[in-house]
Design a protein around this ligand. Structure first.
Ligand SMILES: [Zn+2]
Length: 373
């Protein structure tokens, strides 16, 4: 069942008697002979307007504040939240128009990962995404010759649109993983702000640099794409080409790996909707096949990279500014996510800087669930 997209107009705004104009005052203060059944006795005009104000203004003020919040750019409302919503974990809406209830933090340090760019406070996700990342990190370290994950942006504590970057990453099911191998040592907090990701491309080309893109990269992406519950992985077309060339006979996992612009410094994992996330909208599944044929050839041609000609505005008209996503554009349940109490001890905001071991102590975590099939 989907959520209604638009907020419904509360019924009491249209109820009889809630007009503060002169007609209404006159109606309420009619002589008894003309009174309607619900008007018990003749009251003065002044008393009538007082009564109307008392009965009608409080609920009106309450609902008048809603449209204001609903019209504010949703990125401002969600960007302000420092801690997740204390609700059952749920991805709500679609990847580029939704929010996240009951988000969990990826610890900034784990046995096989380090979270980067901590100042952004975007290391939050649905518990299934966090469980996936932790397992991928450990398995890749154990089996793929990949020392550990440098993890970039997941989502904000309550998901939603962000003040900068990313159209998607809104429902806690998207994660950026750097293609730069993780060093043996721990990066300092300052280094995590400044250290750059590394492009896998030969400078000025759409092909990978063989010295940078190794078989360990190949195994890591293959492992992620083969994991049940992963819907898509976005990589640069040059990287998709390298994966296609190296895949051999077992190619089913390549279907999940989709070419896209950018994504040569990191790859982007997108998980499918968890089975119990009511109102979470999956993307249509990728086309069948390994995607190594015509589609990839198109991506590697000049066609997708030609700069778009800017549309000429009609004479006398100003170009319209791009419309911002507002709370009214998001599923209705996202208002409750914004309003919910924070998740932590006595309403305390949880620092995403908490260590790996500390997180289970701070948070009431839902029991580990298997990833969906
Ligand atoms: Zn991304």
């Amino acid at each position: 069942m989907g959520q209604p997209e638009q907020e419904q107009r509360p019924a009491f705004i249209n109820r009889p008697g809630c007009k503060t104009d002169k007609t209404q005052v006159r109606a309420w203060s009619r002589p008894q002979s003309q009174a309607r059944p619900y008007q018990l006795r003749h009251i003065s005009k002044r008393a009538a307007s007082m009564a109307i104000m008392l009965i009608c203004s409080a609920p009106l003020m309450m609902i008048n504040s809603q449209p204001l919040a609903a019209q504010t750019a949703a990125k401002k409302l969600f960007g302000k939240k420092k801690a997740p919503a204390n609700l059952q974990a749920r991805a709500i809406g679609s990847y580029a128009k939704g929010c996240l209830a009951g988000g969990r933090a990826l610890s900034i340090d784990g046995p096989a990962w380090q979270a980067m760019r901590l100042s952004r406070n975007r290391n939050w996700g649905h518990p299934q995404l966090i469980a996936f990342l932790e397992r991928l990190a450990l398995d890749a370290k154990a089996h793929d010759g990949w020392n550990g994950l440098l993890v970039g942006d997941l989502a904000q504590p309550r998901g939603g649109p962000m003040l900068t970057g990313h159209a998607s990453h809104q429902i806690g099911l998207d994660a950026d993983i750097w293609l730069r191998p993780m060093p043996e040592r721990r990066f300092s907090r300052q280094e995590r702000e400044k250290v750059s990701a590394i492009s896998m491309l030969k400078k000025g080309t759409r092909s990978i640099d063989q010295n940078k893109f190794t078989m360990a990269h190949f195994r890591l992406i293959k492992r992620a794409a083969s994991t049940p519950g992963v819907a898509r992985i976005f990589v640069h077309p040059g990287i998709k080409k390298a994966l296609c060339d190296r895949a051999g006979a077992n190619r089913a996992w390549l279907r999940q790996v989709r070419p896209w612009y950018g994504h040569h410094y990191h790859f982007h994992v997108r998980m499918g909707c968890p089975a119990d996330s009511v109102g979470c909208k999956n993307q249509a599944p990728p086309p069948t096949g390994d995607g190594c044929g015509k589609e990839l050839a198109w991506w590697l041609s000049d066609e997708p990279w030609k700069p778009k000609k800017p549309k000429k505005p009609k004479p006398g008209t100003k170009p319209k500014p791009r419309r911002q996503i507002t709370l009214a554009d998001l599923p209705q349940a996202c208002s409750a996510v914004l309003d919910a109490a924070p998740y932590g001890i006595a309403g305390q905001a949880i620092s995403p800087q908490s260590g790996y071991q500390q997180i289970p102590v701070l948070l009431q975590l839902p029991k580990a669930r298997p990833l969906q099939n």
